[in-house]
Design a protein around this ligand. Structure first.
Ligand code: AMP
Length: 589
């Protein structure tokens, strides 16, 4: 393995790199830097994000450019503002103490006059997003006629975002003598075309196999009902207290919603998407970078190219349509040789997408299970214990306060103190997860019972539910409310134990928490409605609805007129033939 000295970089630059903590070059740096330092070559670098490509082009730029010449010598074009800002900051770090460049970032959404002012002061390097750069070129603020090097970073992404024409017109205003260095995670036809049209005999470097992601990323997925995705996300976060992650959503609205829900539920989260002002975006990014923000919920475009060290998890709230998007998303983690997890929360419909991406990446995804409520609680407790073990005790300061504390606690045993101390934090989770249902879905079968009432999205609502068939329905004059009343009156279970009610013609289904199923079944033993025996059956494992017409035979033929005998439409349970003795119905049926 080569060292930075072996690559042809100046002594000062090597020193600056070491100061940044880079000890050995990454493969793209090892192969790219010597080629680029020649200063006469075009280059196509097929490299994933996180491979160190910014330094691969940034270090040669710093070495090759003349800081005494005030003209614009290099242009770096990148798809997003965040990436442009990132590149500028990297270039400044590389040049620090070595050369004194004026590097200007140009991007939309921020004051153009301020950017114009900076360019006019003499920008030797311009880092720009395509749209704003075109604007500046039109205003004749930027002059690209003296450009020696053009870097196109994340070229595939710029083309995906529809910047093809902008890139063409930018490149056409640069002199023929320039060199173009193009970096791309993937090599679609459009990127090839740019290489063909604007480069001569480019050196091609491919880092790893095409589309093959970073080896340090552990790709995982969980299968979940679409409507449970948010609950699953919360469990993952609760189960992983040290998580520092980016959560990707497909749309701005979803991004905003997920972030708002997380914030409302007490998580340290914020959103990043194109509808925010530049100031808002800068604020979010800066708190994420300095790790005061733990969860960044973002759209693909907004989070493109962001380089924040130490991201432990990338979570996909849904699968992107484009393979490249998945690569770019997951590339936010496992940067600079670290390990990271890319976790897709998918509905059964999206499982086939996982299979496609597996084939394309040639990497196996591991299916994992959402932790149960108990597991989350256990993990939280352990985390608390670890924190207690690790906490730094300031003996000097705390000693004088302790006698009173010891006195207060003297009645309690050590075990009691531990229990109480742990409970301070733990009770909140226990309360929340006490009856939490198993969220996992089997991706091969869709037959598991649906456990939530339509409007009940709260955790723990109908955990461990049963689905019960009852041989009464609309034809008995019932609606959902009256059927619910019937069940509650007879069984005397609490309303919140009953889930979704599915009212059919001559029969219905209702969902119920397992711990009261037996009570309900028993409560209806011997009950008759309008002379007809009410019958309940557990349908778990076969929620596939009995189709109309396949209802089990009634105990006794029933006709609407039969109701008259039992007190008409509302007199069912108290009417003729009712054998219940203990409770009198309230006449709603
Ligand atoms: P990039 O692919 O340019 O976005 O870089 C990914 C991350 O790797 C950045 O955080 C860089 O600071 C870091 N990095 C780049 N080169 C090296 C190196 N040779 N050694 C250690 N870290 C590096």
């Amino acid at each position: 393995m080569k060292s930075f000295q072996d690559l042809g970089l100046s002594k000062e630059l090597v020193e600056a790199i070491h100061q940044l903590g880079f000890e050995t070059p990454t493969p793209i740096q090892e192969q790219g830097i010597p080629v680029l330092l020649k200063g006469t070559t075009d280059l196509v670098g097929l490299a994933q994000t996180g491979t160190g490509k910014t330094a691969a082009f940034g270090l040669p730029l710093v070495q090759l450019l003349d800081d005494n010449d005030r003209s614009t010598q290099a242009l770096v074009v990148a798809p997003t503002r965040e990436l442009s800002v990132q590149i500028t900051s990297d270039l400044e770090r590389f040049a620090k103490g070595v050369k004194n460049f004026n590097i200007v970032t140009i991007y939309g959404g921020a004051s153009i006059s301020e950017q114009i002012r900076k360019v006019r002061k003499g920008a030797q390097i311009i880092v720009a997003t395509p749209g704003r750069l075109i604007d500046m070129l039109d205003r004749k603020v930027v002059n690209l006629s003296t450009i020696k090097y053009v870097v196109l970073d994340e070229a595939d992404e710029m083309l995906n975002m529809g910047f093809k024409e902008d890139i063409d017109s930018i490149l056409s205003t640069t002199p023929d003598t320039k060199n173009v260095w193009l970096f791309s995670a993937t090599m679609p036809r459009e990127v090839r075309e740019i290489a063909k049209n604007y480069m001569s005999n480019p050196v091609e470097l491919t880092m790893g196999e095409r589309n093959q992601g970073n080896e340090n990323i552990d790709h995982q997925y969980i299968v979940i009902d679409e409507r449970d995705k948010y609950l699953a996300l919360k469990r993952i976060v609760d189960y992983t207290p040290d998580i520092f992650g980016v959560i990707f959503c497909r749309t701005k609205i979803d991004t905003q919603k997920v972030a708002e829900h997380l914030m409302k539920d007490g998580y340290n989260a914020d959103s990043l998407h194109g509808d925010l002002t530049q100031q808002q975006r800068d604020r979010v990014m800066s708190s994420f970078k300095n790790k005061t923000l733990q969860l960044l919920v973002a759209t693909d475009v907004a989070a493109r190219g962001i380089d924040v060290s130490g991201i432990t998890h990338v979570i996909h709230m849904n699968m992107p349509d484009e393979m490249e998007f998945y690569t770019h998303r997951s590339g936010r983690t496992a940067r600079a040789g670290k390990k990271g997890i890319s976790l897709a929360i998918v509905s059964k419909r999206e499982v086939s997408r996982i299979n496609q991406i597996e084939r394309s990446l040639k990497r196996k995804f591991t299916k994992i299970l959402i932790p149960t409520g108990d597991e989350v609680c256990q993990q939280k407790l352990l985390d608390l214990v670890h924190k207690i073990k690790k906490v730094e005790v300031n003996d000097e300061e705390i000693d004088s306060f302790l006698p009173d504390v010891y006195h207060e606690l003297k009645e309690l045993s050590k075990e009691d103190i531990i229990k109480r101390f742990a409970s301070i934090e733990f009770n909140r989770f226990l309360e929340y997860y006490r009856d939490a249902k198993d969220l996992n879905r089997n991706d091969r079968s869709d037959r598991a019972p649906r456990l939530y009432a339509d409007d009940d999205r709260s955790e723990g609502g109908y955990g461990n539910g049963d689905r019960v068939f009852i041989n009464v329905g609309k034809m008995d004059g019932l609606d959902k409310g009256t059927l619910l009343g019937l069940i509650l009156d007879f069984s005397e279970v609490k309303k919140d134990k009953i889930g979704k009610i599915d009212l059919k013609g001559a029969y219905s289904f209702f969902e119920v928490e397992k711990d009261v199923t037996a009570d309900i079944m028993k409560a209806f033993e011997g009950v008759e409605l309008r002379g007809r025996k009410v019958r309940l059956e557990l349908t778990n494992g076969d929620p596939g609805e009995r189709r109309e017409g396949t209802e089990p035979k009634r105990e006794r033929p029933w006709s609407p007129s039969g109701g008259a005998r039992s007190g008409g439409r509302s007199g069912g349970r108290s009417g003729g033939g009712e054998r219940r003795e203990s409770r009198t119905p309230r006449g709603r049926y």
